[in-house]
Design a protein around this ligand. Structure first.
Ligand code: FUB
Length: 327
């Protein structure tokens, strides 16, 4: 595939979570459904109903759509809106984690299992107990533990869980209060439940103070991803309203994490969402924009590009439409 071009064009795809299993790249995206409705601040335009898994033999190869891997008709607890998923492998089984609204219109995170990275996946009867909000991303750590990071503001409903339990109409968070999230929790050995009650990650600024809710260039909004580089934990995420992918680093999977900089400047379209994966010693950023649809927010397409580190471990900022940075 060519870098910075849509990986597939026959369906709309977004929110790519990329992984390498058995030397092949697998991408777990959302599957956008085109419609003529309007956008709203709750993400009502994102009406996805199923997942397709994409794969590539290597970064130069064609990207293959492996067909429907899971549909909401087969998940009894889901009411609507299957949003950004992630997948991990443990002991030969593949676990697909996905957020969706239940029949009361509250987001939770479900899990579905397969013997194959491309599915089909079989969902559990209920969502993961204690899960809430959207955008699960799971880090398999080197010591055999698995940590899930998740949460999103606004339509992702994270504000409703600020107190630790559900509040349908929470008080507004003031600009000078510490920003929220994301949440994290260690997964149990069965990969279908949490070992602990989810807690919120702390993201600090350069003075060691929590990043404030009003600091929209740096505060967490949605779409977390966690990867390790040279033993350091890199938490990256979307800033939502300011449309950046930024990152913060920490010594442990729990944090605290210190804000370090921008990974991706704004793309065409309101949302920005990414993942980071290593393949044969090179690092890649998977992301989306709205190139094929010419900027319609809910008709997105996934892409990838190389990601480079500086010798001090900082990440070089990617300007998505810069000709100079194209491989
Ligand atoms: O795809 C629906 C939502 O849009 C995702 O959950 C967010 O991260 C944003 O990309």
């Amino acid at each position: 595939m060519k870098e910075r071009e849509p990986l597939v064009r026959h369906i709309f795809t977004a929110d790519p979570s990329a992984h390498v299993f058995d030397d092949r790249i697998y991408i777990y995206p959302s599957h956008d459904i085109p419609h003529d409705g309007t956008d709203d601040d709750e993400g009502g335009e994102y009406i996805m109903e199923d997942y397709h898994v994409l794969s590539m033999e290597d970064p130069d190869a064609e990207c293959v759509d492996n067909g429907e891997a899971l549909h909401m008709r087969d998940v009894s607890w889901v009411g609507r809106q299957m949003w950004a998923p992630d997948c991990v492998r443990k002991e030969g089984k593949y676990y697909l984690y996905f957020p969706a609204k239940d029949h009361d219109d509250i987001f939770h995170i479900g899990v579905a299992v397969s013997d194959s990275p491309i599915g089909p996946f079989k969902a559990e009867d209920s969502y993961i107990e204690g899960s809430m909000s959207i955008d699960p991303a799971v880090l398999p750590d080197d010591d055999g533990r698995y940590y899930m990071y998740f949460g999103g503001l606004w339509g992702g409903q994270m504000e409703r869980w600020k107190t630790g339990s559900y509040v349908a109409h929470p008080e507004e968070i003031k600009a000078d209060e510490p920003a929220l999230g994301p949440f994290f929790a260690e997964l149990s050995d069965d990969m279908k439940s949490f070992k602990e009650h989810p807690r919120m990650v702390q993201i600090l600024d350069e003075t060691g103070e929590p990043v404030k809710a009003g600091d929209e260039d740096r505060r967490y909004f949605e779409g977390p991803w966690m990867h390790k580089y040279n033993g350091l934990y890199y938490l990256s995420y979307s800033t939502g309203t300011t449309h950046y992918i930024v990152y913060a680093t920490g010594e442990t999977p729990y944090g605290p994490f210190t804000y370090r900089g921008r990974i991706l400047e704004p793309v065409l379209g309101w949302t920005t969402h990414h993942s980071i994966v290593e393949y044969h010693g090179k690092w890649y950023l998977f992301y989306h924009d709205c190139e094929i649809s010419g900027g319609i927010n809910h008709r997105r397409n996934v892409k990838f590009t190389e990601l480079r580190y500086n010798p001090d471990g900082t990440i070089q900022t990617i300007f998505p439409y810069s000709e100079d940075q194209k491989a």
